[in-house]
Ligand binder design. Sequence first.
Ligand code: ARG
Ligand code: ZN
Length: 875
Amino acid sequence: QTVKLKNYSQTDFVFKGVYLTIRLFEGSAEIESQIRLERRQGTASDAPLVLDGDELNLTFLKLDGRTIPDSDYDAAPDRLTIRNLPASGEFLLDIGTRIVPEENTKLMGLYRSNGIWCTQCEAEGFRRITYFYDRPDVLIPYTVRIEASKEAAPVLLSNGNPGETGDLPDGRHFAVWDDPFNKPSYLFAVVAGDLERVGDSFTTASGRNVTLGIFTDKGRSHQAGYAMDALKRSMAWDERRFGREYDLDVFNVVAISDFNMGAMENKGLNVFNHKYVLLDPDTATDQDYAGVETVIAHEYFHNWTGNRITCRDWFQLCLKEGLTVFRDQEFSADERERTVQRIGSVRRLKSMQFPEDQGPLQHPVRPSEYREINNFYTATVYDKGAELVRMIATLLGPEDFRAGMDLYFERHDGDAATIEDFVKVFEDASGTDLSTFALWYEQAGTPTLTVSERYDASADSMTVTLSQSLKQGAARTGTKPVMMPVRIGLVGPDGEDRPLVPAAGGDIRDDVIRLQEAEESFVFEKVGGRPYLSVLRDFSAPVTLVHDQPESDRLALARLDPNPFNRWRILNDLLGERLASAAGGTGPIAEDPLGDELIRAIVETAGDDDLDPAFRAQVLALPAETDIARLIGKDIDPSRIYETSLNARSAIAERGRAVFERLIAIAPADEAFSPDAESAGRRALANAALGFVTVADGDPERTFQRFEEATNMTDRQGALAILVFRFPGHERTRQALDRFYERYEDDPLVLDKWFALQAAAPGEATLDRIRELAAHPRFTLKNPNRARSLIGSLAGMNPTAFHRPDGEGYAWFAERLLELDAINPQIAARMATAFRTWRMLESGRRGKAEATLSNMAKMPQLSKDLKDILERTLG
Ligand code: ARG
Ligand code: ZN
């Protein structure tokens, strides 16, 4: 049941091509798969063909046109075994299956959402459509013929370029699609339904005219304009930055309302959760706009990093995901503002990936075994995977990195590749030995980087000592020193970087130290007086930084570090440390956990009009309660963390009030909406300021007014969030929520926000409201976005309600999880990861969480997905 990396072997038979016929009817679908194949050289001549299936029904089975006798095959729902196949030469298998898309609530394979037939095949969904070698190293061309009723499905889409279309009897029609590129089954897609289309076109650098289409539910296509704009910008950027052009005549995107993940990069036919396509100023926030831009870019970029070059097996998932996240991060950095984007990525890494990497669900970026691959679409594979690519770029510098990427595309186009292949191209292109770097892919856990510094006045030299260590965690994957880029600067009191003059020790290129040993010292000469050491600039490695630096140096750097990322990082670290030390203690909760100097530094930075408003908004965003929990690390009491954060917020609000009053005006409520980064930054700053002023007021009135006057969703939701978080249960909060509901009850994406905000309202009493909301007529566990908005928001966004000391939060959540598991195991398993930090809780809650987990793990009908997460979480 456990799949292991070391057991990889090729298939016994070689697939050459497939012709799929998909006949869609109300209540069922008939699939016919004609596969051309032959026995692989070296495969025993009596070896059977064993194909993957999942809940399948075989309707017929033919070899070269003749029905195969029953004695020559076994058709189980999850496996088709065929014996006595030709020992040599090509032959044609014809496999018939019947499935029921309407009953497919797992949303894997072929299913129906809102009347639309659509597919999700990654990772192992294709086997829910037909028996196949459902693995990423089987690369073949596909031709697909779709037949459906003209009325139910005027639009018929699949991968590749469009071919023949025509009418059939009984009001039906057909369309043929041809994908000339070899691809694995996980990139297969079909969409059929009554869809609306927005069209556009893009001419590639070499002159190919590509027809672009975005398909939506009826009446929604006016919300697809920004996605189309982001798509065209993505196409142009990939040409500029990586020399990658699009390779088919059409590129289609479809927005689907029931979708497990964000989106899927099927060749030429990306299928999206409609949350990442549909937008307008009245219904979407600036964050939603940024999310659409990122996901559109991400899926488009997969065309080269994922599709043209795919993965040999699912252990190599980070080969496409880490690299593609890196690419979408770079796109956003170029299109928006680099520092602000980097802050966002680092926040996400620390709040999502660090807890995973430091708890029971820990695994290497390239895992070596799994029981359920869907549980490895994780922050570690995606976000830490992207950090590893970023480290290669930092270690090699832009030219060598680009040369390595060029070599990767040249050498591996058309391959199902491995991490070894990927690392090798950078070694070959740059002449650098990356063998100790490659350990990052194998060793789980967050390394600690410890920094110490010594300035020698008589020699005017600065010695920087770096040491790395890694605690052996749940995954027990080894702890050798790795190659790690540490970007540094020596900053003078004038706020200028001093030239770096390395005297002795180690490998330093420009401002990047290549740390390779467990401990190394680096001496810099002609420093020009004692400098401030700015270390780990731009978060050049995904580590826990321990730097025992004088407080005065830190506060000085927070004001004048020429590396703006580090200005944010230092303030954020100081906030985290103070909050964790106050909340982690046992005495009375500190009234002023932050102290004057830190608050002054934060308020000053926020008020500095020379800085980008989006950056200043980041400075005002306190560490999340879950981040503080991670910093405390043990015996966590979420209520104490909440109280401590509240006190910190009030202290900042009071002392910064004058500045915040001024900042509210930086984004006037009646300004015409534009989704650009600059405008979004001003709105973010104004709304952060409003939050503090409202706290200082001790009264929701001003925020309520702002809610009423808002002319876009960013301001409306921003104000509503302040009401919900700072005045839970207040009359004004209830009024605002009611108005919001009345206005948007028919818009599912906005209604998700309404559920999610209420479920995140702090306080134990929120659980009662969540119970009510679960009985709301518009609530359903069947739609993943809706399930996440309520259940996911409780477990992921509401520490005080989820971790109620009486255990009611866990108990209620567990009941919903089991219900959800029977519908959609993938989503249930994903949500269950909320328990991954249970061991860090104080003993009362820890005991209750453990009991809840063990009770769930004992349930008889658990899915493989949920069982895997529960068992690993329990350890
Ligand atoms: N490859 C998709 C992406 O762009 C994610 C698909 C994940 N699907 C799944 N069933 N685990 O990241
Ligand atoms: Zn991806």
